[in-house]
Design a protein around this ligand. Structure first.
Ligand code: ZN
Length: 355
């Protein structure tokens, strides 16, 4: 099917209305387990349903949830925001489960639910494969199981999982992702195996939200220092909801220390800022730059590449008001790259939809 080429929204969030919705996608054993144990929901703790950031009020429906209805999501993302394609990233707390077999069962059900309830209902939707990193073998199996459906365009993990993402135990996931032409999407959120700040557990949601940037920084350090991009030269990593302005200062520091300590990590054979420009992309909502275009131009200049930013509305999360999902401060000269060219260059499978 050919779709007219317009914007590509790289981060939208269908919401699972509750565990009941996944029951048809579980086998008898797990369906009975959910019912007998009374497992009601695995809502993402990172996006508690009543938090104002979780959804704009106007998009909330039954029970205060938003993003549960494919027609409403499509009308907003394709109608009001004017995109042509959108990537669904489902955040449903399956990463929080401790039992590996349960994590596998719920993750499989989640990916099958996405196919039947979303992708099959609107040809403009694409999705990320959610993987149970609790068990790497299961995570690879899930990529292999889903990858033959070309509407899956990415592998999705959270910014804070059980172990740093660069660790070698995770590499089979990257091998599978690279083999199938799937970038690794790292979305804000935590499996809550560790405190979300490096100092310990915070008291308030606002601290958790602000601390995500630290998580992204540590993951980027881990992926580069452990040599993931040397081992998997075609792998792209997309940081979603990470914000943007932390990156230049962080890369300056990381590259400075690399110059002094690179004998420790000889496989990091060029400065980290160069590796990031080749392998790492960031979505533009939330865009943590003032609405003054000079400041935005400077911030983008500091990233030292026009290729690095990807358009995303983050629907239904409340990152902006009105219908202009593209941050106002972004220079118009970059629209075409951020809305279309950069997403197509990042996600090989999207090209099939716009041929
Ligand atoms: Zn998001």
């Amino acid at each position: 099917m050919t779709i007219n080429l317009h914007a590509i929204d790289c981060d939208v969030h269908p919401t699972v209305p509750g565990m009941k919705a996944l029951l048809p996608y579980l086998d008898d054993y797990w369906r009975d387990s959910v019912e007998e144990r009374g497992i009601g929901s695995l809502e993402s703790i990172s996006y508690p349903p009543n938090s104002p950031l979780t959804a704009r009020d106007e998009w909330r429906g039954t029970g205060g949830l938003a993003g549960t209805d494919v027609t409403q999501l499509s009308e907003t993302v394709f109608g009001r925001f004017g995109s042509s394609l959108a990537i669904c990233n489902c955040l449903y707390g399956v990463q929080l489960v401790f039992a590996e077999d349960m994590a596998r069962a719920f993750t499989r059900a989640l990916n099958d639910w996405i196919v039947k309830e979303w992708l099959d209902k609107d040809a403009r939707l694409r999705a990320s494969i959610v993987v149970p990193l609790q068990n790497i073998e299961y995570a690879v199996d899930e990529i292999e199981r889903c990858a033959s459906d070309r509407r899956f365009v990415q592998v999705l993990v959270l910014a804070m999982e059980e172990a740093p993402l660069g660790r070698r135990s995770n590499w089979p996931v990257y091998a599978a992702a690279e083999r199938h032409g799937l970038p690794l999407g790292v979305h804000a959120g935590s499996a809550y195996r560790h405190p979300v700040t490096s100092l310990g557990w915070p008291s308030y949601y606002i601290e958790d939200y602000a601390a995500q940037a630290q998580g992204f920084q540590s993951q980027l350090t881990s992926l580069i220092a452990e040599g993931v991009f040397a081992k998997f030269p075609s792998l792209k990593v997309v940081l979603m909801e990470s914000g943007v302005t932390w990156l230049p200062g962080f890369l300056w520091r990381f590259s400075k220390f690399w110059r002094g300590l690179r004998t420790e990590v000889p496989w990091v054979d060029r400065p980290p800022d160069e590796i990031v420009r080749d392998h790492v992309r960031l979505t533009v909502q939330p865009f943590d730059v003032p609405e003054d275009s000079e400041a935005a131009e400077r911030a983008i200049e500091h990233l030292r590449s026009d290729d690095i930013l990807l358009f995303a509305s983050d629907y239904p999360h409340w990152q902006f008001d009105g219908d202009e999902a593209m941050p106002k401060a972004i220079p118009r000269a970059l629209y075409r790259k951020i809305l279309v060219d950069n997403p197509l260059a990042t996600y090989p499978r999207l090209k099939e939809a716009v041929r």
